[in-house]
Design a protein around this ligand. Structure first.
Ligand SMILES: *Cc1c(COP(=O)(O)O)cnc(C)c1O
Length: 352
């Protein structure tokens, strides 16, 4: 007799560990920005509330057109998703059949192996360089006839490291045309290094490059779930085909447009985070920590076996960080006050 049971392979699915939330603690675990929505964005959200008896626009047309003008990309090459995590999953569903291979650096964004396995594709994890960056040569060497997609997270979550234009150009020249390269640029707005390219430029010249962006980080809308892909037109259309109907809600669509309208103000807030990032990293280096150069809104502590103890130590001081036990801890840059608390606790940990 057949029996009712979920797919047995789901037991081996890696767990997505959301940053913990504890009453009264400082949350530096999920790479959110510390500031709430700007008054203009709040006003747009409030105004949109009156329409929630209606289904949202399934194609997010107004947002797509706004982004099309902003990025100078035809609307047909844009897909909006319920967060860019959803677009990662849609990419695989659109491109991969069972057993097809998806390549990514490791450690990189923890959602990649999960969405790969859910879609019954095969994830191929390629170790980072000793400097904690993506190893493009090693990734190239792992491409096979079964490879459909490569995720390149730039800056890389959780290490904050970046790839430069010339490195990506060389990689794209060598990647065979049957493989889609997905540049995940969730932290793009925090990048100050001029050698880091804008991935959208590659989508103008290559038919196998896509870019993922999100409103969750620099634009401060993590709770509303909206991101977008810039892709070759057939891929953007396929993303729409596997889209869960109406999953980008109407408030998210309106808030994303209002955030683009307020982009200057939001990017000014990012500049404060960027200057704090420099101050925090310098202070940690001074204390003797190894902290890779970061272009994102977080720092990576490659603490290896000391990681769990570090996270516990921080938690005792009401600071929530994101440990990857045995590897390292990722700590989001917060307000100057929050960062001072974190630095004081990190200094104590060094003395243990
Ligand atoms: C945070 C993050 C995302 C964005 O997630 P959303 O689903 O848009 O909130 C995508 N990629 C990486 C690497 C991230 O760190």
């Amino acid at each position: 007799m057949p029996s009712l049971a979920p797919r047995p392979d789901l037991d081996s699915l890696p767990k997505y560990v959301p940053g913990r939330t504890i009453e009264g603690a400082v949350k530096l675990a999920s790479n959110e920005v510390p500031g709430g929505p700007l008054p203009s964005v709040q006003a747009a959200i409030t105004a949109a509330v009156t329409g929630v008896n209606r289904y949202p626009d399934n194609g997010s047309q107004a947002l797509r057109e706004r982004l099309s003008r902003r990025l100078d990309v035809p609307a047909e090459r844009l897909a909006i998703g319920c967060g860019s995590v959803s677009l990662c999953q849609q990419m695989i569903q659109a491109l991969c059949g069972p057993g097809d291979e998806v390549l990514f650096g490791w450690r990189s964004f923890e959602a990649y192996p999960i969405v790969v396995q859910v879609a019954l594709a095969t994830g191929v994890k390629v170790p980072l360089t000793p400097e904690h960056g993506l190893d493009l040569d090693a990734m190239l060497a792992r491409i096979t006839d079964r490879t459909k997609l490569v995720f390149v997270c730039n800056p890389n979550n959780p290490t904050g490291t970046v790839l430069h234009r010339d490195e990506i150009e060389r990689f794209l020249e060598a990647v065979p045309p049957h493989v889609l390269v997905v540049l995940d640029e969730a932290y793009k707005e925090f990048v100050t290094d001029p050698e880091v390219p804008d991935g959208v430029e590659f989508t103008r010249t290559h038919s196998n490059v896509a870019v993922l962006r999100t409103f969750s980080k620099a634009y401060g809308l993590a709770g509303l779930r909206v991101g977008y892909a810039v892709a070759p037109e057939p891929i953007a259309q396929a993303l729409q085909q596997v889209y869960v109907a109406f999953s980008v809600n109407s408030i998210a669509q309106v808030a994303a447009i209002a955030s683009l309208d307020a982009e200057d103000e939001l990017l000014a807030r990012c500049r404060e985070i960027i200057s704090e990032r420099t101050r925090v990293r310098d202070a940690l280096l001074e204390m003797g920590y190894e902290i890779p150069p970061t272009q994102a809104n977080f720092v990576w502590f490659p603490l290896g076996e000391r990681t769990a103890a570090f996270a516990e130590h921080m938690l005792d001081r009401k600071l929530i960080v994101r440990p990857f036990p045995g590897e390292g801890a990722r700590v989001t840059i917060g307000t100057p006050e929050e960062n001072d608390l974190m630095l004081a606790a990190a200094k104590e940990f060094q003395a243990i």
